[in-house]
Structures are given as structure tokens and as C-alpha cells.
Ligand binder design. Structure first.
Ligand code: WT7
Length: 635
């Protein structure tokens, strides 16, 4: 027993060794002792990365919401499960106890059923960070419907693409949302998206901002009256271990977003176990992750992981800058937050504001600080450590991905000595490998390479919705018998990992994973654009910002370049969302290409980085002369 909660470094190594030597025994014990099963498994693990096929806890039956809600009622019924902090400081925060959560999830689940949703159906959730978001996620899980949450900052085109890809029959949204001093017309975005979504027959609308919206008869229904009528008892659907729990889209380096499919039992076990250890959560702690539930971080570490542990999890509707840049610290003080989990981009934005607004608040409740989404640079790490953690709260720099479902490489606070910019050691059960360009594993320390994982873990995505071949090609083809992450990493002299960044055409902007190809496709929609190439360049708040090289169809003379720039960003906003806007747009007569016609992004990246001392060999280019021209006109 008690491998569940690791308390010192020796124990970490001991448990880690066990998890690698006898993974099946190890995970079986964790699953057995800490969760509620309708039926136990016949087999802990079967896997074959060449197909790829991975199954955990095959034969088991369960419902994740019984683990996240029902089983806590006897001992934690009146404990706060979700602590909702609204955008507006004048609006009261709301404490939803486990008893109340049970009631609200069951009512919502009954509404879904009454509206014709059943097990296996896909439901798209497009909501702001209000309680209905977490509740609708859990309501889907209650009845075995597969939720597909789309971040409510995505545009109507991005929304309709995702709805159609997984053929959702319902959309759950709200009349609008608050974002700092602004309101956003979410329902209008949904209406626009649904012009192209024949699969959707019902839209449930939560009231949040009391705006005037149009309700399409027969399709759109206000949520509240339906909830008022619904029973607060809904028998949980009995799910198989490998039944899909949800789909979550993530950008690829090319083409359509990938609908990563996560399944039930393994995902539950791993997110719960990582939550407990990575945040050292103790009963009655208040835990706050500032992410949006529209991202995997919110799925795993606002909803499922914390609730499976009976924790109190904060849901914040607003932004770090409203009403001022002290908002995060005000909330930490107000709710006596013990674990605080945020992204480097937020830390950098707040650090820019100095420490005056930090010092106004009492942050002494904090025990553990977390970071996720992109590499945390040394300066931000120290600012976080010195000013927020006051050098006494360890920073857990957690590396993972939408695809991995849970945290993969991370310190365990008060257990693993931290080191700035290092995600440090693999979590229990995770077997990383660094690979060289010939496909060989690089052994030993003080080395760097491409980061892979060589053994399955319970919460890994099982496929891409509707495209298993793409799943295989993207993650299991670069290196034989290994999951390839797309990241580069180095391993230092003691075996600590530092993630060095993407090695493909994905750029992480403010912690958001953006593929260059879909943005280029959007840019190319502009009638004056002939071709474009997008690369990242370092940005002091966002981590990376986007730099677009654009060839215009005519010479561009007579056009107002600034207008074209605005129009391009407008198109990007419509197709993807404002997060994908280009910070710099350079008009150019050509792009450096290889003889096979592939754009040499390496060169464009260097120019955007203002690092042109060593451009490498450009002689093999089809058009080496454009390089000088691009350099001369670089922004
Ligand atoms: C990519 C995955 C995992 C939830 C948020 C992002 C980068 C993530 C770290 C970290 C360095 C990180 C990687 C990864 N990344 N966390 N602690 N240090 N890089 O999920 O959108 O699927 O993005 O984010 O490049 O591959 P995602």
C-alpha cells in the first residue's frame, strides 16, 4: 500500500523502479486500492506500438463520475468540490459542494438524455469558464457520451471544423461570455459555425451575460428550464475501460486539427495519481489551476484529477489582468490557495508589472507552484520562485501534452530537488528515451536528442478520431516501437530532463500549440497573397510570436502594406482565432526553397531570430538569391 503518495526522494526511486520493472503489478495495485470499479479487469495491459494498440485494464467496468463524485458523498458531501470565481470582482464566488455537484451533474445528464443524447454520441461543449462547463463535461461522462470541448476563444470556422470532424449531434454553449471588461457573443459564433454543421440537431444555451440572442426554433433551447424539470438522480452508465471518454483537438504540423481520443479507466487512474503526487494535495487544501477547461490541462487538472481525489478545485472565469494585474494574487489570498498551477506566459506577463501588486496580497497559503505549456525560461522561473513562492514553495515544471493525457516529466514537490528550466525526472511509470537522427537511443547522461517514450502509460491517447493511420504516422513512425513526442530534450549529468522545444512545425505561442500549416492556409486565403511561410521568433511575454513571410500576387505596388497586414490578421482571427495572429509580416518576392520545392524554414527561422551569422549551407537552394533579399528587409 501507499505507493499512492510519494513523500521522499528515496521512495520516488524505489517506486519508480518498481513501476518500470513490474508495470502491470504496479498499476494494478494503484487501480485496485484507490478507485471504484463496477467490475475489475481481466488483464492490466496489452500493447503493440507497431499497430499501435494499447489497452489498459481490459475487461473492467466503471463510470468515472462515480469515482469523481458519488464515492466522496459519504465522507465529503459538504466539502467544496468546485470553487467558482467569476470574472467580475463584484460578483460573489460560488462554492459547489460534492453533494451539489452530484445533483447538478445528474440533472444535466438527464437533460442530455431527454434531448436524445446516448452512450457513444459526441457532444461539443463551447462554453466559458463557468460551472456549467465542468458540469456538462461530467454529465456527458455520466451517460457515456463523448465530450469534445472546444476552447471558447476559437473562431466559428475552427468550431465547425471540430464539430464536423467528430460529427457532434449537440452543442452546449452560452449566450455570451465575460472576458475582463469585454463581453463575447459566443452564441453568435455558434450560429455562424452551425451554418456548416448538418450533424447538429440541438443547441443547449446557458444564460451568462443576459444578452439578446436569436434562438433558432426547434434547434436551440435554454438550459435552465430543462434543468429545473430534470430529476437529480441519473444512474451512471456502466462503461468499459477502453470506451472513449472524450475527444480533444490539438494542432498538428500539417492539415486538420487532430481529435485525440482518450479512454476511461487508464486516463482516470493516471490523472488522479499524478494529481495527488505532483501537487502533493492534502485533504482540505485549495487547489487552483488557471488553465481553461478547453485545453487538456483543464480536463486533467481542473476536472478529473482533482475531483477523483476529492479535492477542492478553483475555476476562474476571468483573465490575469482584470480588473488589474493583481487579480491572481487577490484570488490566492481570498481563497487561501495552496497549490497554484499556471503557464510561463502568464508568469512573464505578470512579472512585467513588477512586484507592487504582488506585495499587496498575502500569499502565505501557497505550498506548491506549477508551470505548464512551454519551457519556462530562467528569468521567469526566478521571478516566480522569489516573488510568489518566496523561495519556500517548490516549482513543479510539468512537461506533458494533449496526447499524453497526464503529466509525464516533473519534479515531485518536497521530494525532487528542483532546478530552474528543468522538468527534472520522469514521473512514476514513464520511460523516456532520447533518440539520435539515425533512430538509435542515446544512453547515458549529458546528452540531447529527440524525446520519445518507450513503454505505454495509462493515460496515453489511443487514436486520432476517425484517422488511426494518422495517429500511427504522427507518433509511432519516426522511431520504431516508440512514441515520439515532437519535442527535443537534453538529459543533464544527474539524469534531469530539460525540454528544449518542438522539433517540428508546431509553434507554442503563449502556451498554445499552433501548427504553421493551418495558419499559412488562412493567410493564403487573402486574395492578394500568393504564398506564405510562418515561423516562430522569441517574444518576452508570449514565449514565441509568429513571423509571417508573405509573397503577394502582384508586386504589391500601390497596395497599402499595413492594410494588407490587418486584413491577413483578420482572416487568421476568423479561421483560427486571435491567438494565431502574426506579430510581424514581411512581404517578400520569394521564399527559400529546396530543389524538391520544400520551404527551408530553418533559414526563415534564423532570420526571424535575428541570428544570421550562420545560415548553414544555402547553395543547394533552388533560389539562393532570395535569402539576401529577405535578410535585407527583415523586420
Ligand atoms: C507541447 C504540448 C500539457 C498541457 C499544455 C500543453 C510543450 C508543455 C512543457 C514544459 C517545456 C512544454 C511541449 C509539448 N510543453 N509543457 N513544462 N516545458 N515544454 O499541451 O497544447 O498539447 O502542447 O507543449 O512542446 O510538446 P499541448
Amino acid at each position: 500500500m501507499s505507493n499512492y503518495h510519494i513523500k521522499h526522494l528515496e521512495e520516488y526511486y524505489q517506486v519508480y523502479r518498481k513501476s518500470v520493472r513490474e508495470p502491470e503489478n504496479f498499476w494494478e495495485e494503484i487501480a485496485e486500492e484507490h478507485f471504484m470499479w463496477r467490475k475489475k479487469w481481466d488483464k492490466v495491459l496489452s500493447w503493440d506500438f507497431s499497430k499501435p494498440e494499447v489497452k489498459w485494464f481490459e475487461g473492467a467496468q466503471l463510470n468515472i463520475t462515480e469515482n469523481c463524485i458519488d464515492r466522496h458523498l459519504a465522507t465529503r458531501g459538504d466539502k467544496t468540490a468546485i470553487l467558482f470565481e467569476p470574472n467580475d470582482t463584484n460578483e460573489a464566488s460560488e462554492k459547489i459542494t460534492y453533494n451539489q455537484l452530484y445533483e447538478r451533474v445528474n440533472k444535466f445528464a438527464n437533460v442530455l438524455k431527454a434531448q436524445g443524447v446516448s452512450k457513444g454520441d459526441r457532444v461539443c461543449i463551447y462554453l466559458p469558464m463557468i460551472p456549467e462547463l465542468a458540469i456538462s463535461v461530467l454529465a456527458c461522462a455520466r451517460i457515456g457520451a463523448i465530450h469534445s470541448v472546444v476552447f471558447a476563444g476559437f473562431s466559428s470556422t475552427a468550431l465547425s471544423t471540430r464539430i464536423n470532424d467528430s460529427e457532434c449531434k449537440m452543442v452546449i454553449t452560452s449566450d455570451g461570455s465575460y472576458r475582463g471588461a469585454k463581453t463575447i457573443d459566443l452564441k453568435g459564433i455558434v450560429d455562424e459555425a452551425l451554418k456548416d454543421c448538418p450533424c447538429v440537431d440541438t443547441v443547449l444555451v446557458a444564460k451568462r451575460i443576459n444578452s439578446e440572442i436569436t434562438m433558432e426554433a426547434g434547434r436551440d433551447k435554454w438550459l435552465q428550464p430543462l434543468l429545473d424539470e430534470a430529476s437529480s438522480e441519473c444512474e451512471a452508465e456502466v462503461m468499459k475501460a477502453e470506451d472513449p471518454l472524450f475527444i480533444l483537438y490539438t494542432s498538428g504540423s500539417t492539415g486538420m486539427p487532430k481529435g485525440m481520443v482518450h479512454t476511461t479507466a487508464g486516463y482516470m487512474v493516471y490523472t488522479a495519481y499524478t494529481f495527488k503526487n505532483v501537487f502533493q494535495y492534502r485533504e482540505n487544501d485549495v487547489y487552483w489551476c488557471t488553465a481553461d477547461i478547453g485545453w487538456i490541462t483543464g480536463h486533467s487538472y481542473i476536472v478529473y484529477g482533482p475531483l477523483a481525489n476529492g479535492a477542492t478545485t478553483v475555476m476562474f472565469e476571468g483573465v490575469p489582468s482584470y480588473p488589474d494585474f493583481g487579480r491572481f494574487w487577490e484570488i490566492v489570498e481570498k481563497h487561501k490557495v495552496n497549490q497554484f498551477y499556471t503557464a510561463p506566459t502568464a508568469i512573464r506577463a505578470l512579472a512585467k508589472q513588477g512586484t507592487e501588486l504582488v506585495e499587496k496580497y498575502d500569499l502565505s497559503s501557497l505550498k506548491t507552484l506549477g508551470s505548464v505549456g512551454e519551457p519556462i525560461n530562467e528569468e521567469a522561473w526566478h521571478w516566480y520562485n522569489d516573488n510568489i513562492g518566496k523561495k519556500k514553495s517548490p516549482i513543479v515544471d510539468t512537461w506533458w501534452q494533449t496526447e499524453t493525457g497526464g503529466i509525464m516529466i516533473t519534479p515531485i514537490p518536497f521530494v525532487t530537488p528542483t532546478k530552474p528550466t528543468y522538468a527534472t525526472l520522469p514521473f512514476i511509470g514513464i520511460q523516456p528515451a532520447l533518440m539520435d537522427e539515425h533512430g538509435e537511443e542515446i544512453k547515458g547522461n549529458q546528452v540531447d536528442g529527440r524525446l520519445c517514450v518507450k513503454f505505454p502509460w495509462p493515460s496515453m491517447a489511443r487514436t486520432i478520431w476517425g484517422n488511426h493511420q494518422r495517429y500511427k504516422d504522427t507518433y509511432f513512425s519516426a522511431f520504431e516501437n516508440k512514441y515520439f513526442t515532437g519535442d527535443g530534450a537534453l538529459r543533464d549529468e544527474v539524469g534531469y530532463y530539460r525540454i528544449t522545444g518542438r522539433v517540428d512545425d508546431v509553434i507554442i505561442v503563449s502556451g498554445h500549440n499552433l501548427g504553421t500549416a493551418p495558419i499559412e492556409d488562412a493567410v493564403n486565403e487573402h486574395p492578394a497573397v500568393a504564398e506564405s511561410a510562418i515561423v516562430g521568433f522569441p517574444h518576452d511575454v508570449k514565449g514565441n510570436a509568429l513571423y509571417g513571410y508573405v509573397i503577394l500576387k502582384d508586386t504589391g505596388e500601390g497596395r497599402d502594406h499595413n492594410n494588407v497586414r490587418k486584413e491577413i490578421n483578420q482572416i487568421i482571427t476568423e479561421h483560427i482565432g486571435p491567438i494565431a495572429k502574426l506579430d510581424k509580416i514581411q512581404f517578400t518576392s520569394g521564399l527559400p526553397k529546396t530543389r524538391s520545392g520544400k520551404i527551408m524554414r530553418r533559414i526563415l527561422r534564423k532570420i526571424a531570430h535575428k541570428d544570421t551569422s550562420n545560415l548553414g549551407d544555402t547553395s543547394t537552394l533552388l533560389n539562393p538569391e532570395v535569402v539576401q533579399d529577405i535578410m535585407d528587409n527583415a523586420l
